[in-house]
Write a protein of this length. Structure first.
Length: 409
């Protein structure tokens, strides 16, 4: 971990969100665990998939004994490989949950964790089998353009997934109820924030999630698309944040809602996905040409190549992470600005509410105040909390000679 270590003696005294020494040490240690799980986990998956790629040939033979039809063979080969992939990921998932429990970020019992793992595994295997069946069908029928056709199919599926996830998938793992049922007074305050932004968000789209069964930290998010779009506030946010901090947190999420960040994120991903699909097509052909004869893989379209396909998915997904995270940090900063502006005049100090919210999050989530710049660039989907708090403290667009980004003075 040495290359990623944060050696900043006395840094806590310079931080806006200062931490007690023991908590700061825990935050830095936790960041090292996160770095190791991410980079080490990726290396583990790449290594094991590379070594197991030859198992694709006997699996393909086994599938061939079931049926001569390639699509029926896929119903054998695809689930087998996906279960292998899940098994390879399991040690990382177990260690991740153990670390969360150790540092007090998670309170989910092991039986409950295993229940969630079983549900997510079932969804992953079913959906993955369908996706891989479509992919290999395109490989067989369009060997030189399958990557383009798969991209064309990916876009509507991605849009549908964003629409359906909060309705179909999310309720399998958490309970949701209208926030108005639990705290109507808070909803009245949130509606003032919505009105300040010229927006009417029906109370039925402001939901409370029972996050406290699993985690200790606060959060909120916007999810869905069109008729399924909603703002979700974790119950930990209600428990841990002051009313003014909650208004800022809500204002931030309203910013995602108003600024159409979900739709913009999908639009941003469209050309990126196309590029990586093409890279995958080129690399798969090269790998089969180089390693195929030794592994008994004759073509990309045969189910024997599935181990190499999974290897490329992990590798290209890793390389795509900093691109997606850069976009995510950009829109998160926009939402921070919007959130601070939209509560101006509704709380005694919008700047203080934003700073207090960020510092509360830093304490509860044990955020490293000074992450390694490379790690931040590659893995952070949000700007570091300390940077967000520093920006909020100095951002005053209503001062003479300044103007807000999203609201008139």
């Amino acid at each position: 971990m040495g290359v990623f270590a944060t050696a900043l003696p006395g840094a806590a005294a310079k931080c806006i969100c200062s931490m007690p020494p023991r908590k700061l040490a825990a935050a830095i240690a936790l960041s090292h665990w996160s770095i190791g799980l991410y980079f080490g986990g990726t290396a583990w998956l790449l290594l094991t998939l590379w070594l197991l790629a030859g198992a694709g040939t006997p699996m393909a033979r086994l599938a061939g004994r079931v049926s001569p039809r390639p699509w029926l063979q896929g119903l054998v080969a695809a689930p087998l490989w996906l279960l292998i992939f899940v098994a390879l990921n399991l040690p990382l998932a177990l260690l991740g949950h153990r670390v969360g429990l150790r540092y007090g970020l998670s309170v989910e019992s092991w039986p409950a964790w295993w229940g969630d793992w079983a549900k997510s595994t079932g969804i992953y295997v079913v959906v993955g089998t369908i996706v891989l069946s479509v992919l290999y069908g395109l490989m067989r029928h369009a060997p030189r353009r399958w990557w383009l056709w798969f991209w064309i199919l990916t876009i509507p599926v991605e849009v549908f997934s964003v629409f359906a996830a909060p309705i179909v998938i999310d309720p399998l793992f958490n309970k949701f109820e209208p926030l108005q049922k639990v705290d109507p007074a808070l909803v009245d305050q949130l509606e003032r924030v919505a009105a300040r932004g010229g927006l009417h968000i029906p109370p039925s789209r402001i939901l409370l999630m029972d996050a406290s069964r699993k985690v200790t930290g606060p959060n909120a998010y916007v999810t869905g698309l069109g008729a399924s779009k909603r703002i979700v506030v974790w119950d930990t946010t209600i428990h841990e944040e002051t009313p003014n901090e909650i208004l800022f947190t809500y204002g931030h999420e309203q910013g995602h809602y108003v600024l159409h960040h979900i739709a913009k994120g999908i639009a941003f991903s469209v050309p990126i996905i196309l590029f990586f699909y093409w890279i995958g097509f080129v690399l798969l052909r090269w790998l089969i040409r180089v390693r195929g004869p030794r592994l008994g893989i004759e073509s990309a379209a045969g189910w024997a190549s599935l181990g190499l396909v999974l290897f490329l998915l992990v590798g290209l997904g890793f390389l795509a992470d900093p691109i997606g995270n850069a976009m995510s940090r950009h829109i998160e900063h926009q939402a921070d600005v919007y959130g601070q502006e939209v509560i101006h005049g509704l709380v005694p100090s919008a700047r203080q509410a934003a700073v207090d919210s960020f510092c509360s999050d830093a304490q509860l989530w044990l955020d490293n105040p000074h992450p390694n710049p490379f790690v931040e660039f590659w893995t952070y989907s949000h700007p570091p909390t300390e940077q967000r708090a520093e920006f909020a403290e100095h951002y005053n667009p209503w001062a003479p000679g300044h103007r807000p980004r999203y609201f008139r003075k």
